[in-house]
Design a protein around this ligand. Structure first.
Ligand SMILES: [Zn+2]
Length: 209
């Protein structure tokens, strides 16, 4: 659940399917295939997806207007099938460092490519160096904390004894005395059944996210 990240590369030159297959392979090897949505064809009529896919058009946001852009002359539009949550100001959730690096990888591998970045319900914007640096600074300053803070109601949250930071409640019960907390710094989980008077570790087989 959530807003999935979307990224596109608009190239200045024609990219062949053979190049797409090879670039997809290199991209997955570089950043890990788990970071991309891929699907192997099962029969003649079933779909097939690689880390990079050629698309016919992209709806992008320019000056608060949505404009559908289509390839001109020798351009090729490529979807980067990233598998993760969108990250932006007001939705600090996904692995922004990965998205920034993938965009820079694409710029090196496909010279003159323009990169667009958005989410599945957020129209893409031009993801140029200036935009990337602006969001990167925000990511370095606050990481994913604002997203997790949205769900925090209790003023009485435990402090992780390893990281020395407040933990995030991730499990909510109809019984107000019951809660489970997670530390995003080390993965430690604590639970309380008495409204925070005492805490115990969450058992491995009771991790329900
Ligand atoms: Zn911790």
């Amino acid at each position: 659940m959530g807003i999935s990240v979307e990224m596109f590369a608009v190239t200045k030159s024609k990219i062949t399917q053979e190049q797409i297959v090879d670039l997809s392979y290199q991209l997955s090897c570089a950043f890990g295939y788990d970071n991309f949505f891929t699907l192997r064809k099962e029969n003649e009529s079933s779909p097939e997806y690689r880390a990079l896919e050629v698309v016919e058009a992209i709806g992008v946001l320019f000056d608060e207007d949505i404009t559908e852009i289509t390839p001109k002359d020798d351009e090729t539009f490529i979807r980067v099938s990233l598998n993760g949550n969108f990250y932006s100001i007001g939705y600090e959730r996904g692995d922004f460092g990965l998205y920034k690096n993938v965009a820079e990888w694409l710029e090196v591998k496909i010279p003159d490519a323009a990169i667009y970045y958005g989410g599945d319900s957020v129209y893409p914007i031009l993801f140029d160096k200036e935009t990337r640096e602006f969001l990167w600074k925000h990511f370095c300053e606050v990481n994913t904390a604002p997203y997790y803070e949205i769900f925090q109601k209790s003023k009485n949250r435990p402090i992780c004894d390893f990281c020395n930071h407040k933990m995030y409640q991730y499990s909510f019960s109809s019984n107000a005395n019951e809660a489970k907390y997670l530390c995003n710094g080390c993965g430690s989980r604590l639970q309380t059944e008495d409204g925070g008077k005492t805490y115990s570790r969450v058992a491995e087989d009771d991790i329900d996210n």
